[in-house]
Design a protein around this ligand. Structure first.
Ligand code: GYE
Length: 346
């Protein structure tokens, strides 16, 4: 494996010379992988591929689906030996896990980084050990882009921009765009790509609409009870709220609970608070159907098959895209159907 690394890296660098991101072509539910040679059956492979996977934790339904997806794809029957580590929301645990993977001489490291920064030294250690690192879900910000081999995940800024454009249209349609629009932002884990992109899009939206006002902005850490606490605290200060922009479904559930307890209605259809969410898990979409969540922007956790394809291509000395974004869509209370929810696998 190590002997082929130089060739692999050369391909990777060639593949990224243009510096542009690639859009992974598969849909959300049953990913079809991009073209390439047929999957060699695991029996034909010379040896099992050993992979270390450092996951952030289990903070949300999205995360659990993401873990399952990677575990299923990198299974024994597919020819992998997977060492899984749950970092329990602590970057230092992820650093420890990566060092442990290096010691165990894994062939590949898969990292879902909790936050974007702080990875330079440990990724340098992986590079010295000639272990390719694949970043999934959230991104890393490193001084040298060659410290990781490839990234597969979501375009979080684009997700946020989708939400902002939708909000603009709905406020206009419901003639709520002429008065001050009071917006509460319950952010994700501060410093994570999902938070950075989604918050940045909202802040840009606020800057470009003089009547949009950021009433409160606080992190709910992507967790329901934390978001509930944050929302309850905000409601003690004001109930003059038009929009609650939650950065994932778990936070939306917590915020809705707090809003309802405070006697506020949720939903654009009944003139209540417009709750916006991200992920579009089946539970999140059910809230959309009930009207309590007005917009749910999809974020696809089913990344395992893409990661498996990347590893397989690298193992076969093929070129891979440096950056691949998953195809994602959005659902709102006007168009969601039970049928869509029934087909959802997470
Ligand atoms: O939105 C949230 C999860 O990084 C995209 O993390 C992921 C986010 C997702 O806990 O539910």
């Amino acid at each position: 494996m190590k002997k082929t690394l130089a060739v692999v890296l050369a391909f990777v660098l060639l593949g990224t010379a243009g510096g542009c991101a690639h859009r992974a072509s598969a849909p959300a539910e049953t990913p079809t992988l991009r073209s390439g040679a047929p999957n060699p059956s695991p029996e034909k492979r010379k040896k099992t591929i050993k992979v270390g996977f450092s996951q952030t934790g289990a903070e949300s339904v999205w995360r659990v689906a993401n873990t399952e997806s990677v575990k299923n794809a990198l299974s024994e029957k597919n020819g992998y030996e997977l060492i899984y580590d749950d970092a329990q929301q602590k970057p230092e645990n992820q650093i420890r896990a990566i060092r442990n993977f290096i010691q165990q001489k894994v062939d590949y490291i898969v990292l879902a980084p909790l936050v974007e920064t702080g990875w330079d030294s440990v990724l340098e250690e992986a590079r010295r050990a000639e272990i390719p690192v694949i970043i999934v879900d959230r991104m890393v910000r490193v001084s040298d882009g060659d410290l990781y081999t490839a990234y597969i995940g979501s375009n979080f800024l684009k997700e946020g921009q989708t939400a902002v454009a939708w909000l603009e249209g709905v406020l206009e349609k419901y003639r709520r765009d002429k008065k001050t629009v009071n917006i509460v932002n319950i952010q994700g884990t501060i410093g994570s790509s999902a938070q950075i992109g989604r918050t940045a899009a909202l802040e840009a939206g606020i800057r470009s609409h003089p009547n949009w006002k950021l009433t409160a902005q606080e992190s709910g850490d992507f967790i329901k009870p934390k978001a509930y606490e944050v929302m309850s605290r905000i409601l003690k200060k004001t109930s003059d709220i038009d929009v609650v922009y939650c950065e994932n479904d778990s936070e939306a559930f917590g915020a809705i609970k707090a809003l309802q307890e405070a006697g506020l209605k949720c939903g654009v259809l009944n003139g209540g608070v417009i709750v916006i969410s991200f992920d579009a898990t089946s539970e999140g979409l059910s809230e959309c159907l009930s009207g309590r969540i007005s917009l749910n922007v999809e974020c696809n956790p089913l990344q395992g098959p893409y990661v498996e394809k990347l590893i397989r291509d690298l193992s076969e000395g093929k070129s891979v895209e440096k950056i691949s974004y998953l195809e994602e869509t959005w659902f709102d209370c006007f168009t969601i159907t039970k049928d869509i929810i029934d087909k959802r696998v997470y």
